[in-house]
Design a protein around this ligand. Structure first.
Ligand code: AMP
Length: 401
């Protein structure tokens, strides 16, 4: 089965095409600047040179049509015919409390996703544009939606409620949802497989640390707590997001600096985190380089980043009353040996023993970086959210047959 995976943003559309017979990627690409002048399409068919096109793409319907044109292009296309696409899978950020797993798109599902626009105003409306664009370009092809929040729906109310008036939960669904669920789910399954241990027997903490960052406590394959909250702003210190701060800072700063709600929101999401502390970068590579050249602000940003992550790992180990496996994934987790080393060296009392040589190896493969004696196994697991979306899409569409 050929499956098209879409991640629609408000002015962008990321795509990947999988042949599910062997889970190989046939093509992938990105449409940018949809609805603006000079939209850009970057397309790469496996085995061919990358193609870049600048044209006018006014909306998502036209963007999906362009993607199909590229996939069926005579020269570099990977499909003979548009009918070869048998299913489409969409990444959807917010599934609220309604969606506890991936589902087939129906009119009722579309209505529910629309009801969630309030909770994810920057993301869900864009995803819906992707779904509607497929409806009009591939009207007979089944679509599946895979939610970033779904994996965390197993959390207990002890973990997902905030200690604020419960009327806010009842009326407005103010609670912890958690994000990056597809990634946490994917890496936990692969970590258990790699260790050849049943996932059901493991207490695990998965650290998805990239530009956005979250960590999740997983018991027996189920998310029991996660650091992102009602929005992806809570939790760890990130590239440009603050993560946890005292909520009273918000009204205080609004008052002192005469900021509007939008301005303070933008400050916490776009001008905080490592960018704010280092003074010039949100990128862990640049922070590490500057730190090694003696930049004190970069050093402080790095130290705070690690310290806050370590605190979460400690609290989740306590929440689970144990820890068997610690997983690092995403841009920083997969690539930064320096961050992994600093984290592991701060929590040796758990019985973590880092294999420094294994940690220093650069590789795109899943690998263990703890010593044979380490009580807690430490793994680097490259994440692959698109593949998980493709697998769910394939499984759900197959069940229709
Ligand atoms: P992601 O959002 O998963 O793409 O991750 C982006 C983050 O990964 C950025 O902060 C990058 O600086 C970081 N990153 C990527 N490669 C490396 C590397 N080799 N060393 C340190 N950080 C890296």
């Amino acid at each position: 089965m050929i499956v098209l995976i879409l991640n629609a943003g408000s002015s962008s559309l990321k795509y990947q095409v999988y042949n599910m017979t062997n889970e190989s990627v046939l093509a992938k690409g990105l449409v940018e600047r949809i609805g603006m002048d000079s939209s850009i399409v970057t397309h790469k068919s496996t085995g061919f040179e990358e193609v870049r096109e600048v044209s006018e793409i006014l909306d998502h319907v036209t963007a999906v049509r362009r993607v199909i044109d590229m996939l069926t292009n005579r020269e570099y296309g990977v499909l003979k015919n548009i009918n070869e696409i048998q299913a489409v899978g969409h990444r959807v950020v917010h599934g609220g409390e309604v969606f506890k797993e991936s589902v087939l798109v129906t009119d009722a599902v579309k209505l529910e996703i629309r009801k969630l626009f309030d909770l994810a105003p920057l993301h869900n409306p864009a995803h819906m544009m992707g779904i509607v664009a497929v409806d009009s370009n591939l009207p007979n092809v089944p679509q599946v939606v895979v939610f970033d929040t779904a994996f965390h729906q197993t959390m207990d109310n002890v973990a997902y409620l905030y200690p604020i008036p419960t009327v806010l939960y009842r009326r407005h669904k103010v609670r912890r949802y958690g994000f990056h669920g597809t990634s946490h789910a994917y890496v936990s399954v692969h970590a258990a497989e790699h260790l050849q241990k049943p996932l059901e027997d493991l207490k695990m903490i998965t650290c998805h640390i990239g530009n956005g960052a979250s960590c999740t406590a997983i018991v027996g394959g189920k998310s029991v707590d996660t650091s992102m909250g009602m929005t992806p702003l809570e939790g760890l210190m990130m590239g440009t997001r603050s993560g946890d701060i005292d909520p009273a800072i918000v009204p205080y700063v609004m008052n002192k600096e005469e900021l509007t709600m939008n301005e303070v929101n933008s400050m916490l999401n776009k001008h905080s985190g490592m960018l704010a502390i280092s003074g010039n970068s949100s990128d862990m590579r640049e922070i590490t380089e500057a730190m090694q050249e003696g930049d004190k602000n970069a050093q402080l940003a790095f130290d705070m980043y690690v310290y806050r992550l370590v605190k979460y790992i400690g609290s989740y180990a306590a929440a689970m009353n144990g820890l068997d496996v610690l997983v690092f994934t995403a841009g920083v987790g997969e690539n930064s040996a320096v961050v992994r080393k600093a984290v592991c060296e701060a929590i040796t009392f758990f019985g973590i023993e880092l294999d420094e040589q294994a940690n220093a190896v650069r590789s795109g493969d899943i690998r263990e970086i703890s010593t044979a004696n380490s009580k807690v196994k430490v793994l680097v697991v490259p994440t692959n959210e698109e593949l998980l979306i493709a697998r769910d899409t394939f499984r759900i569409v197959n069940e229709l047959k």
